[in-house]
Design a binder for this molecule. Structure first.
Ligand code: 5AD
Length: 359
């Protein structure tokens, strides 16, 4: 007997085929999906929304990912590095404004200077904030030794997106060489988890060549590696990148947006107590994208607090929002209006991580 959409939503365990059906939900069916993910979200992580003040440390990158606007070969990018003073001033802003957490994101470098710099910044941030801010790092693939060192000195969480868990697709969107190896990315994720980080990953949704089956496999991959947090968003074409030539084969932006919301909802059903971010890329294309993501199951927002003069240079994709007022930075009223609550001053650690490490 063929199960109805509703029956599938009420199953205890979702198979790959079930997930594909949920991801293919029509607008009408998606109402049921979002109602279910909301119920699960409220039960397992409540109506809280955690904040991470996002600092984009540098756009200098050794990688040449075929989708990314700050890839090494893009000569149109004005490269920058925040000074330590700028970083600390921004950290102080977050601390003074009752953020409980920061995310430090950077183009990927693994030389000694970079590794030591991040390390020293972590030490200084801890001093400045008396350990009252938890820190998510998102600085790419590093050696286990580096991961360990950063963790010891204050990196609590680490976000390393797998981008796509399907190896063939991963290889289509990255140069095929040692610097961009799928296996190394998987190893890095394992090393992060072993080191003791709350470990996060994520994917882009609506990539050229990507199928719903690939997306279902991405969700199963996250479950399989028992991830603590996820940041995923729509793929947005960037004209200075090699993947741009496939722009005519992409799904319309509204569909990528809708699929992202469905991915968030199904992930919430699959992994009830993880942290899921409402990413900037969603905000870039959808009116109130962040709120919609929260309604679908996301429980983290990452307001960009990078000093304004640099923000325009961190253009991973086009039309990235450049917020200028605090109201846009933390849309508190809008979040309250939809029934959710910003947890000011909270570390916002992953409940999933707490549970798995308390065992
Ligand atoms: N569209 C959407 N997301 C992108 N990213 C990089 N380029 C793009 C793009 N064109 C995402 C990747 C990366 C993160 C920093 O930004 O997933 O991990």
């Amino acid at each position: 007997m063929k199960l109805s959409f509703k029956d599938i939503l009420n199953k205890k365990e979702l198979s790959r085929d079930d997930i594909i059906i949920l991801l293919n939900a029509t607008q009408q069916e998606s109402k049921l999906l979002f109602a279910k993910s909301k119920e699960i979200r409220l039960k397992h992580v409540g109506n809280k929304v955690y904040l991470r003040g996002l600092i984009e440390l540098s756009n200098i990158c050794k990688k040449d990912c075929l989708y990314c606007g700050i890839r090494k070969s893009n000569k149109h990018v004005c490269r920058y590095n925040l000074t330590d003073e700028e970083v600390l001033r921004t950290v102080k802003y977050a601390y003074d404004n009752n953020y409980g957490s920061l995310a430090i994101q950077s183009g990927e470098l693994d030389n000694n200077i970079f590794v030591e710099r991040v390390n020293n910044l972590l030490i200084k941030i801890k001093e400045l904030t008396k350990g009252k801010l938890h820190i998510t790092l998102s600085c790419g693939e590093q050696s286990e030794e580096t991961y360990l060192k950063w963790n010891k000195n204050g990196g609590n969480r680490y976000l390393l997106r797998i981008e796509s868990s399907t190896k063939e697709l991963y290889n289509k969107i990255h140069p095929n060489n040692e610097t961009h190896s799928f296996e190394k990315r998987i190893e890095a994720l394992k090393a992060l988890r072993k080191t003791g980080y709350q470990t996060g990953t994520g994917v882009m949704i609506g990539l050229p060549f990507q199928t719903t089956e690939n997306l279902a496999d991405d969700l199963l991959f996250m479950k399989e590696i028992d991830i603590d947090m996820v940041g995923m968003g729509p793929y947005l074409e960037q004209k200075d990148t090699p993947l741009y030539k496939f722009k005519d084969s992409l799904k319309p932006i509204e569909e990528r947006y809708f699929m992202t919301l469905k991915m968030i909802a199904v992930l919430r059903i699959l992994m009830k107590n993880i942290n899921i971010a409402a990413t900037t890329a969603l905000e870039a294309i959808g009116v109130n994208g962040r709120e919609k993501a929260i309604t679908a199951g996301a429980n983290v927002i990452m307001p960009n607090i990078t000093p304004a003069v640099y923000r325009e240079n961190y253009m991973i994709y086009e039309n990235k929002p450049l917020p200028s007022s605090k109201e846009i930075l933390v849309p508190e009223k809008r979040i309250k209006k939809i029934g959710y609550k910003i947890e000011w001053g909270d570390f916002g650690d992953s409940a999933h991580f707490k549970k798995r490490t308390q065992k």
